[in-house]
Design a protein around this ligand. Structure first.
Ligand code: NAG
Ligand code: NAG
Ligand code: NAG
Ligand code: NAG
Ligand code: NAG
Ligand code: NAG
Ligand code: NAG
Ligand code: NAG
Length: 854
């Protein structure tokens, strides 16, 4: 079983290499290793090559390699996160590095179930030679408190004269504790640190002689910058600043217009920050009278009892003269800089610069924060009351005893409260990883209906603005690359909108969305998924809506957001979740849907304290969902494959009408045929069509397969994949096929339903479901056939015995002819496939490993 797993896994990685092999990394002096990788080299989704860690371990090492059982949808790549090396005793990696330069050291942690170890048991220390990097570190507790699936710890190590770097992992002494790591990067870097003045004092901190830890690195007002896009091959990741912005201010993000060329001054190397950092910025709404009372503030949580260096990156993009934009800079409410005038510092527009400020964070209650505030300077009477910031980094400075380790963060009260609330209502967020993994990526997205919302209520004025910007072709860089930061467009939504959307859906301002969600209050969260969070909100003074906010740091999310909006704005159907509008201001990507009062189908089937749904109602819900999918496959302008059919993506409105949702993975039209070869299999555990997995060929029949699994979930009231069950039962689809072969399929039916289902209806329903999960795509019925068969099953339920003969004939008509004869031996796998050679458990695992992106 294990070896099969790994054959499959390597196949996937091999395919990754094929896809992205052309982008070999050029950072040749770097050491980039994926720990526990069972072969020499793997390539991540950015095209970087990760080597096996074996040759860096001391020979006597007592460690095991393991593979994560659950792939979190928010992981950016399978490599290095899916494999780990696990240590139960102190273990050292030895690296030979250049003795002259500083190095970035990055440690990657994905707290998950490895070799049946509990991720919450891993407490350990990490040292780099004599520097203490982590102490009593729980990646599980840290990831939980930060609501992240994985962690990257980045350090800047001083040059090591011996050229010998030992990285030692030491499990803590408490019983059952172990250490693990998924990836290690060691990247040579130039000396980019110099003494920084401590705010509110005359003291300077000699940063250049210290070890540092990167706490935050943001492209303010700009987009996510991937490691491969960083300057000087330093492979840093720059995130959006949106999550750290404080309060409801009137700030705006914008990019350099085409007349501004960014030119690094001769004394500033490109390695300080890439071009994209300096060509985007955030400023205040340039309205003088209001700005006098406005601050631009970011808030960061840090470890107390350390000194930090706050590095601010600036580049003037709009003004040409001194004293046009002058502002004061505060760090933790202390003045760090008065009368900052970027143009005065650099001498001209488009020239980058940066400033470092050191701040001491003490260890009192509530101290573990860093605030960075920009406020228009009043004393200099500048032309505009405004401020600007392009990038921001915060580094922790090692203490005198060479320590960088802080405490594990504790979850915020808000998060705990929210989880308690979720637990009480048995909704599905943040439970034990595996089981919830099975439940699917986008969890518990509950929407509810508010029927009459005017889709065409877009604003004349706004659409006018867009027309002016219609040269803005690309939709993805929502941060406004093409937007001219002229006064006239400052007021409205963001920049770039393709024409197809004009008038099709309503454009909301960020202000409206923030108001509707109480400024994205955690208490409003009704679902979390790979894309970010879903909030419940109230718009237009009483309309309940579900607001899906893409996580600005989830780079994967942009494409899926685009796909979803594009599809939803074209598709209107009673059984698809209706789109109300979007908001894409300030780098946010937000979709507003009708709110579905009865939540997901799944929460009415199992693992909740909701009353079991009567059979007839379950059947009607299945029919509704089948109609929605049938429409997607055939009725819409161009055929669309949903790709993520599962019970959490079938939502129920207040009248229990089923609505298919979550089109983030969907593929449509031409796209379909182009993706046959290279599409990386996406979907959710337990639902992915084995044929799609084997051949990477996407057809409508993949949705039919997933829908078959849904039908079994509905009638068996159990998850599609439940690894806690015995091996042969874990995958519902395989279990159903096995029971069918053994002739006791009816034994898996939900006991609550026994006696309630008419035998004719039961047979028809099970036959249809089995047909859907046929191993071989062409053996599966079309969605239209499935729909007719389910309608017929409903007829048998409502009208038992009545004209069974005629009805049977009708049903056979409903099935495609070459399928009709096979209906009695549905359980047999088609001899034309090779699936028999793969044992059932590997199919389960195949479905686990093929996850990517969500
Ligand atoms: C561990 O690595 C070896 C090769 O180094 C490989 O054969 C084995 O399958 C790996 N085991 C796991 C659980 O990844
Ligand atoms: C690294 O560890 C080895 C023993 O495992 C030791 O001999 C060597 O001195 C260590 N190097 C440093 C720089 O600590
Ligand atoms: C380790 O951290 C946990 C909290 O994450 C704490 O409860 C425990 O007391 C710490 N142990 C030590 C030895 O500091
Ligand atoms: C760029 O420069 C050209 C020529 O000087 C000018 O016509 C144009 O308006 C400028 N564009 C912007 C956005 O300032
Ligand atoms: C500037 O702000 C003031 C006060 O909020 C407002 O009355 C005025 O209309 C604004 N001016 C512009 C040009 O937006
Ligand atoms: C800064 O001041 C504000 C109010 O004046 C306060 O709420 C905030 O906590 C302070 N921030 C820090 C980091 O001390
Ligand atoms: C802006 O921030 C400074 C420093 O934190 C504070 O003194 C001032 O009161 C703030 N102003 C507003 C309007 O919040
Ligand atoms: C703060 O850090 C210093 C070392 O810089 C250490 O000696 C001291 O014990 C720490 N204080 C607390 C409360 O952890």
């Amino acid at each position: 079983m294990k070896s099969n797993t790994h054959i499959l896994f390597s196949l996937i990685i091999a395919s990754l290499i094929v896809i992205s092999g052309s982008k070999a990394s050029s950072d040749s002096d770097s050491i980039v290793i994926s720990c526990g990788l069972p072969y020499h080299v793997g390539v991540d989704s950015y095209g970087r090559r990760w080597r096996s860690d074996l040759r860096f371990l001391t020979a006597s090492t007592n460690s095991i390699n393991s593979t994560a059982q659950y792939v979190d949808p928010s992981l950016p790549s399978q490599i290095p996160y899916l494999t780990a090396r696990i240590f139960t005793s102190p273990t050292t990696y030895k690296f030979s590095i250049s003795p002259e330069t500083r190095h970035w050291l990055r440690l990657h942690f994905y707290p998950s179930d490895y070799s049946s170890l509990d991720p919450s048991d891993a407490y350990f220390a990490v040292h780099a030679n004599d520097v203490s990097l982590l102490h009593n570190f729980s990646s599980y507790a840290t990831a939980h408190a930060l609501t992240q699936a994985y962690l990257i710890k980045e350090y800047s190590l001083l040059p090591i004269k011996s050229g010998e770097l030992n990285i030692t992992f030491t499990p803590s002494l408490s019983h059952g504790s172990y250490a693990f790591v998924n990836g290690i990067e060691i990247v040579p870097m130039p000396e980019i640190f110099k003494p920084a003045k401590l705010v509110s004092s005359e003291r300077f901190i000699d940063v250049g002689s210290r070890q540092l830890q990167t706490m935050f690195r943001l492209n303010v007002g700009g987009k996510f910058i991937k490691p491969i896009e960083d300057s000087a091959h330093l492979s840093r990741t720059w995130y959006s600043d949106v999550p750290y912005l404080l309060g409801l201010s009137s700030e705006v993000a914008y990019g350099a217009d085409e007349n501004v060329t960014i030119q690094y001054p001769s004394d500033m190397p490109h390695s300080i920050a890439p071009l994209d950092v300096y060509s985007f910025a955030r400023s205040l709404d340039p309205n003088a009278s209001a700005n006098q009372n406005h601050n631009l503030t970011w808030e960061f949580l840090v470890d107390p009892n350390f000194t930090y260096v706050v590095r601010l990156h600036f580049c003037e993009l709009e003004f040409d003269k001194i004293n046009q934009r002058v502002f004061d800079i505060y760090v933790n409410n202390q003045t760090a800089q008065e009368n900052a005038d970027v143009l005065a510092w650099t001498g001209s527009k488009g020239v980058p610069t940066y400033k470092d400020y050191a701040v001491r964070v003490t260890d009192g209650p509530g101290d573990e924060k860093i605030w960075v505030t920009l406020h228009p300077s009043l004393s200099e009477k500048p032309e505009y009351y405004d401020a600007i910031l392009n990038g921001l980094e915060i580094f922790k400075v090692s203490s005198d005893d060479k320590n960088l380790a802080g405490r594990n963060p504790t979850p915020s009260d808000m998060l705990l409260k929210d989880e308690a609330r979720k637990k009480n209502s048995h909704s599905k967020i943040n439970h034990a990883p595996i089981i919830e993994a099975v439940a699917g990526g986008a969890v518990g997205v509950a929407f509810a209906v508010a029927a009459a919302v005017c889709f065409v209520a877009y604003r004349k004025k706004r659409s006018q603005d867009y027309k002016n910007n219609s040269d803005a072709r690309s939709w993805l860089p929502v941060y406004g690359i093409s937007r001219t930061p002229s006064k006239s467009t400052f007021s409205g939504c963001s920049s770039t909108v393709s024409s197809w959307r004009l008038g099709l859906c309503r454009q909301f301002s960020l202000q409206e969305i923030r108001y509707a969600t109480k400024n994205f209050n955690e208490s409003q969260v009704i679902g979390v998924g790979g894309f970010g969070k879903v909030y419940k909100g109230v718009l237009d003074g009483g309309t309940n809506v579900a607001i899906k906010r893409s996580n600005p740091t989830a780079e994967q999310g942009f494409l899926e957001f685009q796909t979803e909006v594009e599809l939803l704005s074209k598709l209107r159907h009673k059984h698809l979740v209706p789109l109300i509008g979007v908001c894409e201001e300030h780098g946010e990507m937000i979709i507003v849907f009708d709110y579905m009062a009865n939540g997901t189908l799944r929460e009415h089937l199992y693992k909740s304290n909701k009353p079991a749904l009567p059979w007839k109602q379950r059947l009607e819900i299945c029919i509704g969902a089948a109609r929605g999918l049938h429409y997607l496959h055939t009725g819409a302008q161009s055929p669309t494959i949903h790709r993520d059919v599962k019970t959490t993506n079938i939502l129920l409105d207040d009248k229990w009408v089923a609505k298919v949702s979550d089109f983030g993975l969907s593929k449509t039209g031409l796209d379909l045929h182009q993706t046959h070869v290279t599409t990386i299999v996406k979907g959710s555990f337990g639902y992915v069509d084995p044929e799609y997995f084997r051949r990477q060929q996407l057809t409508e029949k993949s949705d039919v397969y997933s829908f078959g699994v849904v039908l079994f979930e509905v009638i068996c009231a159990r998850p599609a994949l439940d690894p806690n069950l015995p091996k042969e039962q874990a995958s519902l689809a395989d279990w159903a096929l096995l029971c069918q072969r053994e002739g006791n399929l009816e034994s898996i039916v939900d006991p609550e339903l026994i006696g309630e289902i008419n035998p004719g209806c039961l047979k028809k329903f099970l036959d249809t479901a089995l047909k859907c999960i046929s191993d071989y795509g062409p053996d599966r019925p079309s969605m239209g056939d499935v729909l007719r068969n389910l309608e017929f099953a409903l007829q048998l339920q409502e009208n038992p015995g009545g004209g069974e003969h005629a009805a049977e004939k009708k049903a056979n008509d409903a099935l495609p002819i070459h399928n009709a004869i096979a209906i009695s031996d549905l359980g047999e796998r088609s001899p034309s496939t090779t699936a028999d050679e793969i044992d059932d458990s590997s199919v389960v695992f195949s479905q686990i490993f093929v996850q990517k992106g969500r």
